[in-house]
Design a protein around this ligand. Structure first.
Ligand code: CO
Length: 649
C-alpha cells in the first residue's frame, strides 16, 4: 500500500472555496476575541467557512482577491446564552451578531467537552449514585455515562435549558465494552449550564445483562481464521488521478474537495469532460460540463422505536446535534482502502477556536469495479469486454456507539454514487416482555431497539449550467384496448415538479420512480434536454407519527425528495440550530415560500436510509450495512461515453 498525504500547509487562499486554513482559524479567533465575543466562559461550538454563493464562485477569476468569511456559533457556558457571528477575515471585522433565544431558537451543537462533563455531573448526583447502588453497582469507575441529545419534548422545566439525557452502561473491567451491559430503567436529565441532574427517571431495577461482547478479545472471538491468502493491489505507475491543492481530476472528472465540521466531506464544482467535444487532431481538450455545484450529506437523524419512559426521546441528529464532520476518524492508524491512497487532512476549530488538525481525514483512491461493458456477437464473432473503474472519496465518523462511512463513487461512464455505511455497536437495553415489541434480543437478556438511520443529501445541481428543472419519471401502465389489443404496452409517465409545494415526493419502487434533473438550456444531439437521473433506493421514510416531536424536527425525512430554489443561506434541511429545536425549521419552512423551480438554480434534498431491525448477527459489532443513491447521466452524453476505454485493467 502506498500513501500520499495532502500537504495543504500553504496559507495562501487562491479560490473562494479553498478550505479554511489553520492560519485563518487563528485570525478568526483573534477577531472574535477583539470584539469581546470570545472569553473565558464563551466556547466556540462551531467555526466554519461561510461559503460564497454560486454566483460569487462563478464570478471568481484566477488571481482575483478572495473575500473570506467565517461563521461561528458561540455558547456562553456561564449563562447558556448563544449567538451566531459572521466575520470577514478579509475586512477584519465582525459583520453580524445574532443572539439566540434558547427557549425558541434551539441550542448550539453538543461539544466534545460536554460529553466529559456529563460523566462528572451524574456521578456527583446523590440520587443517581443511590439508584446505581440499588442496582448493586458501587464501583462507579466502571460505569460509562452515555451523553445523549435531549430532543424537544416540552417536558416540565426544560424550556430554554441546555440539556442532555444520560443512560448508563457497566463494564466488568476497563477494557470490557460497556454496550453489552446496559443499566436499564434509569435515565438522568442533565442541565449542562447548571451542571446538575434536574430529573431522574427510575422505572425500577432491571437485571444488567452479563454476557460480554468483546469483539476485540481473542478469548471471546476465538483464534483468528487462517484460511486467507494475501490479496494485494499494486499500481506500479501510481494512480490515474491528479491532485492540485484541493482540486482533483480523474478520468474526465474534476471537482474540489471540501470539508465542513458539520457535514464532513463536501464535493464542490463537480464536472465531467465530454470526450465527444474534444478534437484529438488539434489537441483540443474535451469541454468540462458541470453536473453539481455542491454535493454533501447535510443532515441525518436516528430515531428509535421504543415508546417506553426510558427511551421515547431517543433520536439523534448526528450532523446538526453532534457535528458529524468534527467526529471524523483519523485514518492514520487504520484505513479500509487499499491501493494507492491519497489522504486529505481536515483542519477544524476546537472549542477554544484554535485550529485542530485531523490527519488523514479523507481517503481517496481508485478501484477496479468489475465489468464496464461486454458483448460476444453472434454474427461477427467479435468478443469485447472492458473493465470499469471508480474513484472513491470517503471518510468515516464515529458518533457514540455507531460508525458511519460516507463513500462517494465517480464512474467513468458519468455515474455518481453515494454509499453510506453504518457499522459499529448497536445501542442496547434490557430485553424483557415489554421491550420484545420494539427490539431484538441480540445476546441473552440484551435488547437492541428498532431504529432508523435517515440521511439527507444536499445536491446543488448544475446539469450543463445553472438553470435546471426536475421531472418525476414513473412507468405507465396502458389498458388493453384500441392500439393495445394484446395488452403488452407500457410507457413512461412524466410529471414536471414546477414549484416547491409540489416537490415533497415519495419513492415508489413498483412504479420504477426516478427523478430527472434536466438542463433547460442545453440539449443533446437529438435536441432533447441533457439530464441526470436520481435513482432512489426507496426505503421507508420517517416512521414516527406526523405530529411527533421527531417528525416536526426532521420534516425533511418525511419525504424522499424535496426541491428548493437555491439559496446559499439554506444549508441544513433541519435548520441551523437543530439541538433541542422544537421543529419546523429548514425544508418545511423554506418550501412554504413555494418558489418556482422550473429553469431556476435549484437544490435537491434526497432522504435515504436504513430502517434497522437488528439481527443477532449485528452483535457484538455490526457488519457494515449500506444505503445510498445513484445519479446517472440520461441523455447527457450522445452515446456511451466509455467507448474509448481500452481493454485490459
Ligand atoms: Co442501526
Amino acid at each position: 500500500m502506498t500513501t500520499v498525504r495532502s500537504d495543504r500547509t500553504s496559507e495562501d487562499v487562491l479560490h473562494p472555496l479553498d478550505r479554511l486554513t489553520a492560519g485563518e482559524i487563528d485570525r478568526a479567533r483573534v477577531l472574535l476575541e477583539g470584539a469581546g465575543l470570545l472569553g473565558p466562559t464563551v466556547r466556540c461550538a462551531v467555526l466554519a467557512l461561510e461559503e460564497p454563493s454560486r454566483a460569487q464562485v462563478r464570478r471568481h477569476r484566477s488571481g482575483d482577491e478572495v473575500d473570506r468569511r467565517v461563521r461561528a456559533v458561540l455558547l456562553d457556558r456561564s449563562t447558556g446564552g448563544s449567538r451566531t457571528v459572521l466575520a470577514s477575515l478579509t475586512r477584519e471585522r465582525v459583520e453580524e451578531v445574532v443572539k439566540h433565544d434558547p427557549a425558541t431558537d434551539g441550542q448550539p451543537p453538543i461539544m466534545l467537552e460536554e460529553f466529559e462533563a456529563v460523566d462528572e455531573i451524574v456521578k456527583a448526583d446523590p440520587g443517581w449514585v443511590e439508584a446505581m447502588s440499588r442496582r448493586g453497582i458501587t464501583d462507579l469507575s466502571l460505569v460509562a455515562a452515555c451523553p445523549l441529545s435531549a430532543g424537544s419534548f416540552d417536558l416540565r422545566g426544560e424550556r430554554g435549558r441546555r440539556m442532555l439525557r444520560v443512560l448508563a452502561f457497566q463494564q466488568h473491567r476497563p477494557s470490557d465494552h460497556p454496550w453489552a451491559h446496559p443499566v436499564d430503567g434509569l435515565v438522568a436529565y442533565v442541565d449542562l449550564i447548571e451542571r446538575r441532574v434536574v430529573e431522574l427517571v427510575d422505572t425500577g431495577v432491571m437485571p444488567v445483562p452479563a454476557e460480554e461482547g468483546n469483539y476485540d478479545d481473542p478469548e471471546f472471538t476465538g483464534p483468528p481464521r487462517t484460511t486467507r491468502r494475501p490479496l494485494e493491489i499494486t499500481q506500479p505507475e501510481g494512480p490515474s488521478f491528479t491532485v492540485e491543492r484541493d482540486v482533483v481530476t480523474w478520468e474526465g472528472w474534476r471537482f474540489r474537495v471540501g470539508f465542513d465540521p458539520r457535514e464532513g466531506l463536501v464535493l464542490h464544482e463537480l464536472s465531467i469532460a465530454d470526450p465527444s467535444t474534444g478534437d484529438p487532431s488539434t489537441g483540443d481538450r474535451a469541454r468540462q460540463r458541470p453536473v453539481a455545484h455542491r454535493a454533501s450529506v447535510a443532515e441525518m437523524v436516528v430515531p428509535y422505536a421504543d415508546p417506553g419512559p426510558v427511551r421515547f426521546w431517543q433520536n439523534y441528529f448526528d450532523s446538526g446535534e453532534y457535528l458529524l464532520g468534527q467526529q471524523v476518524n483519523s485514518l492514520e492508524r487504520g484505513c479500509d482502502c487499499v491501493g494507492h491512497i491519497h489522504y486529505f487532512d481536515a483542519v477544524m476549530a476546537d472549542a477554544d477556536a484554535r485550529p485542530r488538525t485531523v490527519s488523514n481525514a479523507v481517503c481517496m483512491h481508485e478501484e477496479d469495479d468489475g465489468v464496464a461493458w461486454k458483448h460476444t456477437d453472434l454474427f461477427t464473432g467479435a468478443a469485447q469486454t472492458r473493465r470499469r473503474r471508480r474513484l472513491v472519496i470517503s471518510f468515516f465518523a464515529t458518533i457514540g456507539n455507531y460508525d458511519y462511512g460516507f463513500y462517494w463513487y465517480l464512474y467513468q461512464d458519468g455515474a455518481i454514487e453515494l454509499e453510506a455505511k453504518a457499522t459499529g455497536v448497536l445501542f442496547t437495553g434490557v430485553y424483557d416482555d415489554r421491550a420484545a415489541e420494539w427490539s431484538t434480543e441480540v445476546a441473552p437478556g440484551l435488547a437492541a431497539p428498532y431504529h432508523q438511520h435517515l440521511f439527507c443529501a444536499r445536491l446543488d445541481m448544475t446539469v450543463d449550467g445553472e438553470r435546471n428543472a426536475v421531472e418525476e419519471l414513473d412507468v405507465r401502465r396502458v389498458p388493453r384496448g384500441e392500439g393495445n389489443e394484446h395488452g403488452n404496452a407500457f410507457g413512461r409517465a412524466v410529471t414536471r415538479i414546477r414549484s416547491e409545494s409540489e416537490s415533497g415526493r415519495i419513492a415508489d419502487g413498483a412504479a420504477g420512480r426516478k427523478w430527472r434533473i434536466l438542463s433547460t438550456e442545453a440539449t443533446n444531439r437529438f435536441g432533447r434536454p441533457t439530464s441526470y437521473v436520481l435513482t432512489p433506493e426507496g426505503q421507508p421514510t420517517l416512521l414516527a407519527e406526523p405530529d411527533s416531536s421527531v417528525a416536526r424536527r426532521a420534516g425533511f425525512a418525511t419525504r424522499h425528495l424535496w426541491v428548493t430554489r437555491y439559496d446559499p443561506a439554506e444549508r441544513y434541511p433541519a435548520g441551523e440550530l437543530v439541538n433541542q429545536h422544537a421543529g419546523g425549521a429548514g425544508i418545511p419552512e423554506w418550501t412554504r415560500a413555494d418558489r418556482d423551480l422550473d429553469g431556476q438554480e435549484i437544490t435537491l434534498w434526497h432522504t435515504f436510509g436504513v430502517t434497522h431491525f437488528p439481527r443477532p448477527e449485528d452483535w457484538p459489532v455490526m457488519p457494515v450495512d449500506t444505503c445510498g443513491f445513484r445519479l446517472t447521466p440520461h441523455g447527457f452524453f450522445d452515446r456511451n461515453p466509455t467507448l474509448d476505454v481500452p481493454p485490459g485493467s
